[in-house]
Design a binder for this molecule. Structure first.
Ligand code: FES
Ligand SMILES: [Fe+2]
Length: 381
């Protein structure tokens, strides 16, 4: 059985070297990472909102493998997304609705991944029941926490709730507050996925990189805590920003979270980042590897909903749209700022053998590296 990655050996230190520079760009390291990190951890792929109707499906690439999850009469099931006939990728878009049918020769699969519809079966293949079963698509583990959907390539490992630890409660809570997404987008960064993750694990760069965006939002005090492979960072929302958001909540009549009152940021190892602003906005990001030197940042933004989804009253819908536009513009602007720095750092990391120096104010990156090293079994390297 695969051992899930842990933070064994981690203790925040004043300053420690980061992982070797080559680990950000070496193709061999990337290959190992796909197997040992992405192939073994629960990976967030989307929300149950995308899988509400029978035959709704999502497709992703995890650990170098094409996988898909589909609603079969109300039950989510996930499979490898490679046709058992002659290797075609079955689901070729990120999402959709329809029978699980391969576009190459039309083999159609059932809820157990078995091909039940094979054009010309009797004449050309003669597959009986046992033969069809032997051609079933390999299953992939799927579990949900609230409306968050996760897949795991490895057949064995901890349950999702065990994996998430106390953060499972946060995800369930957030699932009740943040019902409707108001923006969804994908951006390609010319940087290793770890650089994307690291860009959101510290606020040291807020003054220099985000003087007019993130820095205005928060006070910059930063409290971190760690559970297993995951980490959390909290900073107080600035007074003007807190007043603004409280006014928005009152104006729109929505109920912000009573627990997530500051800027609360969760990192769910390896690549899921969730930021909450004053309990009113939720930003969900993944940095999905596209290769050693590129990653896809997938972003989804939510605003808290009015209790019971009642209307907003006169002018409320327009006001909400205005707030959503403001929140979207802010989030996109600060991600562009992070993209610029991450891409520059990725250019730089290929020109050195000297590891980064991670200060005490970058302790979440120290933690991330400890977990990553354990996952890769690279301690001491
Ligand atoms: S490759 Fe899928 S049906 Fe032939
Ligand atoms: Fe940033």
């Amino acid at each position: 059985m695969h051992t899930p990655p842990s933070a064994a050996g981690f203790a925040p230190a004043k300053a420690v070297p980061g992982i070797p520079p080559a680990t950000y760009h070496d193709p061999g390291v990337f290959q190992t990472e796909e197997e040992r990190v992405f192939g073994r951890c629960w990976i967030f792929v989307g929300f149950t909102d995308d899988l509400v109707q029978p035959n709704d499906w999502l497709a992703r690439r995890i650990g170098g493998l094409d996988v898909m999850v589909q609603n079969f009469d109300g039950e989510l099931r996930a499979f490898r997304n490679v046709c058992a006939h002659r290797f075609a990728i079955i689901r070729r878009a990120p999402r959709g609705n329809g029978l699980l049918r391969c576009g190459y020769h039309g083999w159609t699969y059932d809820r157990d991944g078995r091909p039940y519809g094979i054009p010309g079966n009797e004449a050309h293949f003669g597959l009986d029941r046992a033969g069809r079963c032997s051609r079933a698509l390999p299953p992939v583990a799927v579990e949900t926490c609230g409306r968050f959907v996760f897949l795991r390539i490895a057949a064995e490992g901890p349950s999702l709730v065990d994996w998430l630890g106390p953060h499972a409660d946060t995800l369930r809570h957030a699932s009740e507050i943040f019902i409707r997404s108001f923006d969804e987008r994908e951006m390609t960064w010319e940087a290793n996925w770890k650089m994307g993750v690291e860009s959101v694990l510290e606020v040291y760069h807020a003054d220099t990189v985000h003087p007019t965006t993130f820095r205005k939002l928060v006070k910059g005090d930063w409290r971190c805590d760690y559970v297993g492979p995951h980490s959390r960072g909290v900073t107080s929302v600035s007074d003007p920003s807190a007043r603004w958001w409280d006014g928005v909540a009152k104006r729109l009549g929505f109920q912000p979270s009573s627990i997530l009152r500051e800027y609360d940021h969760l990192h769910i190892f390896p690549n899921l980042e969730i930021g909450f602003t004053r309990g009113s906005v939720m930003s969900v990001q993944t940095y999905d590897p596209l290769g050693p030197d590129r990653c896809a940042l997938r972003l989804r933004l939510f605003l808290a909903d009015p209790g019971g989804l009642k209307g907003y009253g006169k002018g409320g819908a327009a006001a909400r749209r205005m707030i959503e536009d403001t929140a979207r513009d802010l989030n996109v602007a600060l991600l562009r700022e992070d993209q610029e720095e991450s891409e520059q750092a990725f250019r730089g990391v290929r020109q050195t053998d000297t590891a980064a120096l991670l200060g005490r104010n970058e302790e979440r990156i120290q933690h991330f590296h400890a977990v990553w090293r354990n996952a890769m079994a690279m301690n001491g390297r």
